[in-house]
Design a protein around this ligand. Sequence first.
Ligand code: HPA
Length: 283
Amino acid sequence: MAKALGQRLDEAVAFIRGRTKHLPELALVLGSGLGDLAEAIEGTAIPYSAIPHFPDSTAPSHKGVLHVGELAGVSVVAMQGRMHLYEGYSPKDVVFPMQVMARLGAGTALLTNAAGGIRDDFEVTDIVLIEDHLSLAGLAGGDPLRGPNDESVGERFISMNNAYDKNLRAAAEKVAGETGLNLKSGVYGFVSGPSFETPAEIRAMRTLGADLVGMSTVPEVIAARHSGMQVLAISTVTNKAVSSLDDDHITNAEEVWDAAALIRPKLAGFVEALLPRLSEATQ
Ligand code: HPA
């Protein structure tokens, strides 16, 4: 019989604790384009493939290494690369690492991703604070908490109001103001991918209230909230989502990676300035 979630989490945590003495307070998920920031973490690097029950990361430019150590004076555990539904993982597999990081002791999660801009005033290279989400995949049965609930992880039913913590968002706005970053804010629409959206889907998402669209983050945020973590999430706009058949633009992965590479220094600087302040905001 398959082991219970709590037992699998304990085995993964015991393995990581055997490799490092760091006690991380903050979990970082470094999505497309920001993985390199993990190299600045002083501590231990563990390949996902070595950690019991950890799914491996197969997406291009997602390295699949867990880093535990210090970044900008904060004790962190960071995922250099994440799992996505489009790789074929179940929603539960996708969130296992977040649940491990919570059990390791991280009380706060900071997630980053690449996203398509739906709102007209979002430009490529913009950095956008996620204030809320629209989980198209989740509402249709893809919620990572679907199925038996392990009470040692969290409660059966959880509220998702203010899932993106108000205090942490205020701290991020403050740091942006101080560092001269034009930080925007918006609602992230989650799709499973890997096909990009049709113009009709983008128009539908805009009507429903999504400002951005992407293939990650939301399952992990739901799991982080379930595990009692406070959450902050940041999107980088890597492309403008196409909303009209008259627009001949062909969205493609190269465009997303090229833009992510362009944004990387700006986002890395922001994240490093933000980390100590998030740590203060949650004390
Ligand atoms: N759609 C979905 N996911 C994405 C996009 C997009 O346009 N850009 C980056 N990730």
